[in-house]
Design a protein around this ligand. Sequence first.
Ligand code: AMP
Ligand code: FE
Ligand code: FE
Ligand code: ZN
Length: 290
Amino acid sequence: MGRTMRIDLHTHSTCSDGTETPAELMASAARARLDVVALTDHDTTAGWELAEQAMQPGLALVRGTEFSTLVHRGGGRTTSIHLLGYLFDPLDPAIVAEHLRLGLERRNRGLSIVRKMRADGVPITADQVLDIADGAPVGRPHIGRALVNAGLVTSVDEAFAGYLAGSGPYYVHKVDTELEKAIVMIARAGGVSVIAHPRARGATQVLTPVRLAELAALGLNGLEVLHPDHDDAARRELFQLTQELDLIPTGSSDFHGTNKKLVLGQELTTAAALDRIVAAASGVVPVLQT
Ligand code: AMP
Ligand code: FE
Ligand code: FE
Ligand code: ZN
């Protein structure tokens, strides 16, 4: 019997809030003995070409994006949900427009967070954060690195526990795409949609089995079952749901370089699940080895 395929379908590069360039990430994925890696930066496809230019022998690339979406909870409150889109057409006008809007939204929101911090005497600057982001959609991890550089915390993790916490004094909301709209948008662009870490943080309350059934009927393709944020009970529940709703179960590390303590390949997707993703996609084909 052959060796189990090592397939990791969720990673971030410097094109969003990871710390390795797409080329470095491809080299790291080869070193981690992955057979397939998906690059899924937040709200951008900017890393796709860079990753393609750095193809490694024996390593296939699946091009994707982690879309920032939201679900309404009533009373004007929303919950943030991350949606992985794979193999969609990167030139699809609706997706290009939405990524542009989200990029501006992220920039304005990042600068608002910095303004709040500065008003409170926290010595970081907007320029520092924009330099760290270096053109990528601005995320809280970039602000976290500025806080590390200023010696205010020792790690991005520590920044998230304090300065950057969703419940903290400096948090600023951003207006993400509605989850249902994002699912339809990805499908129309020939892509495959998988909800990222559906049992992490606030997602559990809004992603009830009933709601997931509705989303499946709308065209949702899969659920990320194996994710570092999921405990065993969550993994069992989600796997059961993928079977009941005929959704594709995936597993991934959500690697962010040194911004998080996660290792490439620490959670894996089966070859059968990847086959289903590829079969469902018509936007772009996965890039196989050079
Ligand atoms: P944002 O998209 O700006 O709201 O920031 C959320 C991003 O920060 C997500 O993509 C997570 O990957 C990342 N993140 C969340 N918690 C942590 C943490 N404790 N340490 C590092 N990064 C985190
Ligand atoms: Fe991230
Ligand atoms: Fe995420
Ligand atoms: Zn992610």
